[in-house]
Design a protein. Sequence first.
Lengths: 290, 184
Amino acid sequence: MPNFSWLGRRDASAIEDANLTALLSGTELPGDLPAGLQPAADVVAALRARPASDELVGETVALAEFRARVGVSDPAGQRRRRRPSLLTSLISAKAMAAAAVVAIAVGGVATAAYAGALPSSAQRIAHELIDAPQNNKNTTTTSAKLSSRQKVSHPAIPALCLAFWRAERHGTAAQKAAALSKLEKAAGGPKKIAAYCGLTRRRPVHHHFRPGCRPMVPHPSWSAHPQPSWSPSARPSSSPSPMATPTASCPPLIHPVGKPFPHRPRPLPIGKHLPPRPGKPSRPAGKPAQ
Amino acid sequence: MLSERFAAVLSAAQEGSEDAFSLLFRDANPSLLRYLRVIAPEVAEDVAAETWLQVLRGLTTFCGGEQDWRAWLFTISRRKVIDDARRTSRRPAVPLSDVPLGRMPLAADAADIAIEHLGTRKAMAMLAALPPLQAEVILLRVVAGLDTDVVAKLLGRSPGAVRVAAHRGLRQLAQIAAEAGVTL
């Protein structure tokens, strides 16, 4: 009589592998975790614990650098240094169709369009192309916000939204409740928060991790009707609405040490440093593509 | 991770919102430090700071989803660790087998760490006892939140090899934790 006990062992192994994969991904375990693996689950949970205060060091320095490079304290200097805004591009008559499609791909301006926060001319274009609201909700306020950039709240993301997200992740329960209360009041109710914060549900678009990768070619099946569904207690959907991935025209992948993939780097020796290579200059740091 | 909020927050940060950048920093920096404190404990904070400086140079031109963003961050930091190791002379390193579990191989002030976060530090110490590939894969999957395919590209391995290393690492972690009787 053939012995098929190995089949049972193989099934148990497959279940264990599925459980381990779920542990790594942070998703729900498909089955019961064997008792012997529970310590591993405890380790994983500890690795995912909330940030400690010493893990937020460096924020002040990073913010100072952010203000110097991205934020603006000198509006005149900013006009000289900054790249043309996508909003400006939308207003251009000749480029309006192509620019609007690029704006959709970038995403940030799309959310501004759906929140009715673009300048009126751009809002009309967005209405024709992607069925955004026709009228700008708050033209003068948006213009005023864009022109004074000492501490900017993005027009599509009111400061109360950012404050709530910050409190939710790093604040106490009382801070989170207070921020949520203010947000609900401003939005006009908990069900209106998603629209107020300008969030839409979309399937994550996985580009290769190349800074400066700009989607260039519009895909004909992009959805024109996003379905905002975010709420403070919402869970990520397991079946997001389909949205085609735009074709990207991007520079080739650059390996972290400067060689193109599929170069295989050595795994880093934990706690130790690699010995210096004799006679070989260090490689230049990778730069984001322009 | 910011999940469905990421696109909006990134866009706001690229337009100059300090609040949005602060959210990006606070979301990613703890993961970055936990990764660096295992693979390069002596230079973790310096490398993290240099990573953010480089990120800021390319922030306004970055394009991608949250996986791409995190992959970019960790790619930069990993490269800086390698560059730092090649620049400095050999340093005497305590063999990992001599580091008792529970004694964190970290430069931070252990006395100032809140009791609730001792579990994280213990977990990181246990990871440091694993073979380098297994530890790094688990860090990138669990702490950095990167998918198997992204980790494979970052490390120059096949997705299958990454999966095998991660699973073996978890099994070994379970054994280490059980044998040491460590409670997290």
